[in-house]
Design a protein around this ligand. Structure first.
Ligand code: ADP
Length: 264
């Protein structure tokens, strides 16, 4: 059995006492080195899960473990080194005047030695295919390139898990593709788990496992193939099965060979 990395144990959360619960009794586990996609319609609780994983908020009921540590006020700083997050808007994530300053920011905050920082900047920029842009000013980059730099900044501090929270939703199709190819590459090259949070089912096809959220509850978990067989019920909870998967199913039905399976 693989090692557990993140475990949600009967987690419930609400933002204030007056508001309804936005997460209700959620239990699931993320293992080391796997790619898990969390999907669900808007408001289903996905970003709340991301914030809980990073200790930005704490559950009122249940507990969340990273490795064998429960996330609480005492462990939260240690945990933030292990959980790297990239958010939706690339422009909100830049602080440096050049790409390399930006990648260095997280390391500077944590007091990394200079030589190590230089090595890690090189390493993480090449992991995302942006090594040629070290000295470029961030505002000159495309949205997809900005997100790749944001990913490099997180990789530089060697987290155990990289969480992308709707990190492609403000990008054009080319930018989206860049990010999905980049994270797929990182996932095969690096020793880390990947959690991609999205409302777009096109982005879950390559994940090892999918967690589907609906109105604050875990609706189903399984491989993309298992999830996509439930087309009608997915539609009922506001999610549409991608065209590539529907097409592949049709082709198979007529025994027409397909070169590459669209789903894990
Ligand atoms: P998703 O990421 O799936 O769109 P969220 O986790 O952002 O869902 O939101 C879940 C629910 O929590 C929604 O009803 C949303 O309005 C509410 N919510 C999110 N953030 C806050 C907040 N800071 N204060 C109060 N309610 C919030």
């Amino acid at each position: 059995m693989e090692n557990k990395l993140i475990e949600f144990r009967n987690v419930s959360f609400r933002y204030t006492d007056e508001q309804p619960w936005v997460l209700k009794d959620c239990s699931f586990t993320i293992y080391e080195n796997e790619w898990v996609a969390i999907i669900g319609h808007n408001g289903s609780g996905k970003s709340t899960i991301a914030k809980l994983m990073n200790g930005l908020i704490f559950p009122q009921k249940g507990e969340i473990l990273i490795g064998d540590k429960i996330i609480d006020e005492q462990t939260v700083w240690e945990i933030r080194r292990e959980v790297g997050m990239v958010f939706q808007n690339p422009d909100n994530q830049f602080v440096g005047t050049t790409v390399q300053d930006d990648v260095a920011f997280g390391m500077e905050n944590r007091g990394f030695p200079r030589e190590e920082m230089i090595r890690l900047i090189d390493e993480s920029l090449s992991a995302v295919g942006m090594e040629k842009y070290r000295l470029t000013e961030p505002y000159r980059l495309s949205g997809g390139q900005k997100q790749r730099v944001a990913i490099a900044g997180v990789l530089a501090i060697s987290p155990k898990v990289l969480i992308l929270d709707e990190a492609t939703s403000m990008l054009d199709p080319k930018g989206r593709l860049e990010i999905m190819e980049t994270v797929a590459h990182i996932q095969t090259e690096r020793d880390l788990s990947l959690i991609t949070i999205t409302h777009d089912l096109n982005e879950v096809t390559q994940a090892d496992r999918v967690i589907v959220m609906n109105r604050g509850e875990l609706w189903k978990e399984g491989t993309p193939r298992e999830i996509f067989t439930e087309k009608a019920s997915l539609r009922q909870i506001g999610l549409d099965v991608p065209f590539s998967s529907t097409l592949a199913e049709e082709l198979r039905r007529y025994h027409i060979p397909i070169e590459k399976e669209p789903l894990n």
